[in-house]
Design a protein. Structure first.
Length: 338
């Protein structure tokens, strides 16, 4: 697969590259990335043909949007696709008063959830101001899932559908943004949104991977039927599909349980037989689904980015995927690269 391949974005008049640049790391999640490294990664991504960039107000309390805009500012705006998110507003505050965790040395704003119509309109405009770009092409309602909101999720979802959604629908009708949708950690939330609203797209983190394909049961088939695009992030399940089943491997942001470690070891054995790096299989599997036009990955260094792009284009024989299915390590109905 080629990272710079352009794929149609569902039913919308947009094309995105098969590999997209995710900006959470340049918001200084967990540890700091300096300005030079942040810019170098975006310029390297551009030089390798990547033309889809995703960011959010949450990432570094606005820092990722600031850095993304700075690095893309003098590119031809018609040459790339940009997505950001709503559902949080940024309120200026003294650094000493802000709990930045899990971000480090982020921008001096407090994050406040806001799913109202007016709050969404303001958040949308604020994002454009931070990036100093005249438009975003795609806008997701961010984190209206159980993972983020816990027991409050049902009420939060309703608030977002009544407030955020109506604001984004108005912006789409005006032609201000081309595609609107939901960005969450659970496919079930995406499925419910698609049943209730005329959703163009989703950003789904970690729920369609070599280890997880339950979204094939109902959600992804409905996306195909409705022409909704699904951008997948977290294709390494937060670590183990990049590192392998090593001591301390992470699965969904926690230590990998024994059953997951055992399954990954079996997948690694097939990888070794066909000389396929495990991360290459993880990356390429995701975008083989017809509803998935792009995979998003965030990196901390130029070297990491380059390695991901190399994995994405590593040759993988069809027999490899057939063997995974024959051994019960991949669902029979899961689309695989041709």
């Amino acid at each position: 697969m080629n990272p710079d391949t352009k794929n149609k974005f569902g039913r919308v008049d947009l094309e995105v590259t098969a590999f997209g640049f995710g900006t959470a790391p340049i918001g200084n999640i967990f540890r700091e990335i300096d300005e030079a490294t942040s810019d170098a990664m975006i310029q390297t991504a551009w030089d390798r043909g990547l033309r889809y960039f995703d960011t959010a107000p949450m990432y570094g309390h606005g820092l990722a949007e600031l850095r993304t805009g700075q690095s893309l500012r003098w590119k031809d705006r018609d040459d790339f696709v940009l997505s950001s998110k709503v559902g949080r507003r940024l309120v200026p505050a003294k650094r000493s008063s802000i709990d930045f965790a899990p971000w480090t040395n982020a921008a001096p704003f407090n994050l406040e959830f806001d799913y109202t119509y007016d709050g969404t309109m303001r958040a949308f405009e604020d994002s454009l101001q931070r990036m100093a770009l005249e438009r975003m092409d795609i806008c997701f309602i961010h984190d209206i899932d159980v993972f983020t909101r816990g027991d409050a999720q049902p009420e939060v979802f309703k608030q977002a559908m009544d407030g955020c959604w109506k604001a984004l629908e108005s912006l789409r009708d005006q032609g201000v943004v081309k595609a609107i949708g939901v960005g969450v950690n659970e496919w079930e939330v995406c499925h419910e949104a698609l049943k209730q609203r005329d959703v163009d797209c989703f950003l789904l983190a970690g729920r369609y991977t070599l280890l997880e394909q339950d979204s094939l049961n109902a959600f992804l088939p409905l996306c195909e039927e409705r022409g909704a695009a699904v951008v997948v992030g977290g294709g390494f399940n937060s670590g183990i599909l990049a590192t392998g089943a090593v001591e301390g491997a992470k699965y969904n942001y926690a230590p990998a349980p024994d059953d997951i470690m055992a399954k990954v070891r079996k997948i690694e054995a097939v990888c070794a037989e066909y000389n396929v790096p495990l991360p290459a299989a993880a990356l390429q599997f995701v975008v083989a689904h017809p509803a998935v036009p792009s995979f998003l990955a965030g990196t901390r260094t130029v070297e990491q980015l380059t390695k991901n792009l190399d994995w994405f284009s590593h040759p993988i024989p069809a027999e490899f995927w057939a063997d995974l299915k024959a051994k019960g390590l991949l669902r029979d109905d899961a689309p695989t690269p041709e």
